[in-house]
Design a protein around this ligand. Structure first.
Ligand SMILES: [Zn+2]
Length: 427
């Protein structure tokens, strides 16, 4: 179906600022246009009345573990070791493949409900988050978490999972696959080198956790005599196709090493605070020119996948920390989950923006909701006032996946039933 969207306020951008204007938008064959392409007849378009709605690019969550959604609120207010080793990992070991599927589908429901149209996922269950994203009609970058000493020996079966799922979904317009070594404490230098080479040859993105906790940094310094960032640099893993989640505990030259490599930093403020890991030095990253993005991490350490909440949190935390009310203004924060994230995944001008020929990944935000009214500054309201519930409709690749707050591609009742079944049996 092709659409003409009328009466909406459209979120546009130039390098200086985000702004809104009222104009018609056309969605033809999954792409957005400001003017109707010549070969399309206007009378064949379905009219979408977006009166009192902001039409903006869908949000991009650059670091998730969708399969963990079943663990929401399952292990809170405990120390990190208890959380990971005694609570989370035993359930991961018990969870069946189909459990990961339903859990990932629930993740897609929550993301769509709160305006996220694309996520970058690190998972443990071959094919399940891909299947969930495809069924939900959500755009996703998916990486099997890799661990081990050698990609072709003890890491081989997981690497094979990556390649198999990439092959299986080769024809998908929405799914792309990335190489995702888990972390420097679960992967050797050799494995990171091998992954860097494979990614280069296969033109794939790389995604890993980095410098999340004091323990990680201390152990790395003791074992290798290097910081985690130096360790990764020396494996050849850091370049402009690398996405680094967390980067909380930056030492010495770490930030300039990341900036020089052109890698993307994804901050996860709720997860870092909740697990007691502190706050990433975002003001220094911003000064260094690093491409800075925002994510929720998994629901067992957040405990939501709601990027509106995360936008609010990241701006407020860092204003407070820096004692500087000009830190991370709304404009910058909105770019972190749109344009910056699109650049990180190599889709600049294709997603995270509204412009001629971009993919029609659009969300409709109700500006008449009490939390959004009056509309004195719409960009500010996205960062400081919205809580995600104002998202009324979501379109991905030109297809509505939620319309007037009703899911189109997902059966909410079925997903809840299946997730409850998994909880009762395996948690
Ligand atoms: Zn993570």
């Amino acid at each position: 179906m092709n659409y003409k969207i009328i009466n909406g306020a459209i979120l546009k951008s130039d390098p200086e600022k985000l702004y809104t204007l009222s104009e018609d938008l056309f969605v033809v064959d999954g792409k957005v246009y400001e003017n109707l392409p010549e070969d399309v007849k206007e009378e064949e378009l379905e009219i979408v009345d977006a009166a009192h709605h902001l039409v903006m690019p869908g949000l991009i969550n650059l670091h998730t573990h969708a399969y963990m959604t079943v663990l929401r609120n399952y292990a809170d207010d405990v120390d990190f070791d208890e959380w990971l080793f005694k609570r989370v990992m035993p359930v991961e070991d018990r969870l069946p493949q189909e459990g990961a599927y339903w859990s990932s589908l629930l993740a897609c429901m929550e993301m769509v409900r709160t305006g996220t149209t694309c996520f970058n996922d690190m998972h443990m269950f071959r094919g399940q988050s891909a299947r969930a994203a495809a069924d939900a009609g959500v755009r996703a970058f998916i990486g099997r978490g890799l661990v081990g000493e050698d990609l072709y020996v003890d890491g081989a079966s997981r690497f094979e999972d990556c390649l198999e799922e990439q092959k299986e979904w080769e024809s998908s317009k929405l799914l792309k696959f990335v190489l995702a070594p888990h972390a420097i404490y679960s992967c050797s230098a050799k494995l990171y080198e091998q992954v860097a080479r494979e990614a280069e040859e296969r033109h794939m993105l790389k995604h890993t956790h980095l410098s999340e906790s004091d323990v990680e940094v201390a152990n790395c310094l003791e074992k290798y005599g290097k910081t985690p960032v130096e360790f990764l640099r020396d494996t050849g893993f850091l370049d402009e196709k690398t996405i680094l989640a967390h980067c909380v505990k930056m030492q010495g030259e770490d930030i300039s090493i990341i900036a020089e490599a052109g890698s993307t930093v994804v901050t996860n403020p709720a997860s870092n605070a909740k697990l007691g890991n502190g706050f990433a030095p975002l003001h220094k990253f911003a000064e260094s020119g690093v491409n800075l993005c925002l994510a929720t991490d998994g629901t067992s350490s957040n405990n939501t996948l709601n990027l509106f909440r995360e936008m609010n949190l990241v701006s407020l935390i860092h204003k407070g920390l820096a004692g500087d009310s000009t830190m991370l203004p709304a404009d910058q924060v909105v770019r972190m989950v749109t344009e910056n994230a699109a650049a990180a995944v190599g889709m600049k001008d294709q997603i995270g923006t509204i412009r001629d020929g971009a993919n029609a990944d659009l969300i409709f935000v109700d500006l008449n909701e009490p939390s959004m009214f009056p509309n004195n500054n719409i960009v500010s309201s996205l960062c400081y006032s919205a809580n995600g519930s104002e998202v009324d409709s979501v379109m991905i690749d030109g297809r509505f996946v939620m319309r007037k707050r009703e899911f189109v591609t997902m059966d909410g009742e079925r997903v809840r039933f299946e997730v409850q079944r998994i909880v009762d049996k395996y948690l």
